[in-house]
Design a protein around this ligand. Structure first.
Ligand SMILES: *[C@@H]1O[C@H](CO)[C@@H](O)[C@H](O)[C@H]1NC(C)=O
Ligand SMILES: *[C@@H]1O[C@H](CO)[C@@H](O)[C@H](O)[C@H]1NC(C)=O
Ligand SMILES: *[C@@H]1O[C@H](CO)[C@@H](O)[C@H](O)[C@H]1NC(C)=O
Ligand SMILES: *[C@@H]1O[C@H](CO)[C@@H](O)[C@H](O)[C@H]1NC(C)=O
Ligand SMILES: *[C@@H]1O[C@H](CO)[C@@H](O)[C@H](O)[C@H]1NC(C)=O
Length: 366
């Protein structure tokens, strides 16, 4: 895909109002960038006091270095910093002396990560689709934009060589890397070139469990976007860290994210009055929906948790979440104080009001 630059929101009097989140006032390509940014906001903003993880010393042997004189009978623990999974529900890690078994429990898939220079355990001990990876990895490809944020937080942007849907990556540094050719956007049309791009990567992070032809032995399916809560998702930093032997840094980062998050959560929930918040979207009639417009209230777990933790009460429509007339939809949200409009694209406030059927005519003079 072509590299796109990140757009700057337009302003009328030199400065956009502070409270504006102008996601839906743009075309689709711009909208999707802002959307990607805002769903990652917990990762990008919450730990703002923390600099990305630096290379960590994990003892004199192993860590970032390959072992040169491996002898199993020495009984050396090459992974003295181990992660413990506290919030995430969809992965687990078990450690042995020279390898760790990282499991994506959503896909029931094991990854055996063995310290570079040591002998991997026998494949016969594991399911036949187990992926074996020598760690720390030096070069990774990412089929998902979410992986990019984790890799960057671990301070391993330099290991990121190939990114798919790179136009949707919100990181300015990754965009700069793409411009300078240090990172390449995954080729879509030329299959030969695409296969070459994958060849240089030790592993390919992908969402879900579909595996690209030729990457069967190095695709790592990740499931952060299915882990229900914000803190669950934040802890996927630890999943990613195992591939870089950066467990210690990841544990510190997630601890800091948790502390900040919980601090805001208790401050926000100290207020007795709770506004009612709904996350809604309008889908215009098209060939994708049988030419039937719908108005939807989201019930996604992470939105519910973010809303409640921010000191509001979450409204999902209670008995019905999808409506086919705006009258019915507006009646359903009559007691809602705040709506977070997730409509995929809208040109301006008047378009928003019209699509929700609030006013057919703009009510305010501009
Ligand atoms: C892996 O094992 C399953 C059954 O456990 C079997 O159905 C499948 O064909 C095996 N796949 C390979 C590639 O050997
Ligand atoms: C596809 O990529 C390969 C490898 O880079 C190159 O040799 C070939 O010319 C490309 N094919 C087309 C049609 O551009
Ligand atoms: C995978 O790639 C090989 C070699 O390019 C090709 O022969 C095979 O048909 C491909 N398989 C699929 C499922 O696309
Ligand atoms: C599509 O819409 C038509 C007319 O409103 C209706 O008769 C038909 O049942 C709808 N089809 C589906 C799959 O909903
Ligand atoms: C809204 O949430 C409640 C409580 O979790 C649930 O029982 C209900 O089915 C949800 N409503 C919709 C429309 O999803």
């Amino acid at each position: 895909m072509a590299v796109q630059s990140i757009p700057i929101p337009p302003s009328t009097s030199g400065k956009a109002p502070r409270w504006t989140q102008p996601v839906s006032f743009y075309g689709q390509s711009v909208f999707s960038k802002y959307y990607a940014q805002s769903i990652c906001v917990f990762l990008l903003l919450v730990p703002f006091l923390i600099s990305p993880a630096a290379a960590q010393g994990q003892g004199a042997i192993g860590g970032q270095n390959c072992v040169t004189n491996y002898n199993p009978s020495d009984n050396v623990d090459y992974f003295p910093s181990k992660i413990t999974v506290d919030n995430a529900a969809l992965f687990k890690v078990r450690y042995a002396n020279n390898y760790k078994v990282v499991t994506n429990t959503a896909g029931k898939k094991d990854f055996v990560l063995y310290q570079c220079g040591t002998t991997p355990p026998s494949a016969s001990q594991f399911a036949n689709d187990t992926i074996f990876v020598s760690v720390p990895v030096q070069a990774v490809a990412s089929l998902t934009t979410t992986s990019v944020a984790y890799i960057e937080m671990l301070g391993k942007r330099s290991a990121l060589k190939v990114v798919d849907t790179e136009g949707l990556v919100s990181s300015p540094c990754v965009q700069l890397g793409l411009e300078k050719g240090e990172i390449v956007g995954l080729e879509d049309a030329n299959k030969t070139l695409r296969a070459e791009q994958f060849k240089g990567a030790n592993i390919v992070f992908g969402s879900g469990f579909s595996v690209e032809n030729g990457t069967e032995t190095k695709t790592v399916g990740t499931s952060e976007v299915s882990d229900p809560g914000p803190l669950n998702r934040a802890e996927w930093l630890e999943f990613y860290s195992t591939f870089f032997n950066l467990e210690e840094s990841a544990q510190k980062l997630t601890a800091s994210i948790n502390n900040n998050y919980n601090c805001f959560k208790s401050a926000a929930n100290a207020k007795a009055t709770k506004p009612i918040v709904a996350w809604s979207s309008y889908v215009a009639p098209s060939s994708f929906n049988n030419n039937t417009a719908t108005w939807t209230l989201s019930g996604a777990d992470y939105k519910k948790i973010l809303t409640v933790d921010a000191g509001a009460s979450f409204y999902n429509g209670t008995t019905k979440g999808t409506f086919t007339t705006s009258t019915e939809f507006l009646a359903a949200i009559k007691d809602v104080d705040v709506i977070i409009d997730e409509t995929f694209a809208g040109s301006d406030m008047a378009a928003f009001l019209t699509s929700y059927g609030w006013f057919s005519q703009p009510q305010r003079r501009s």
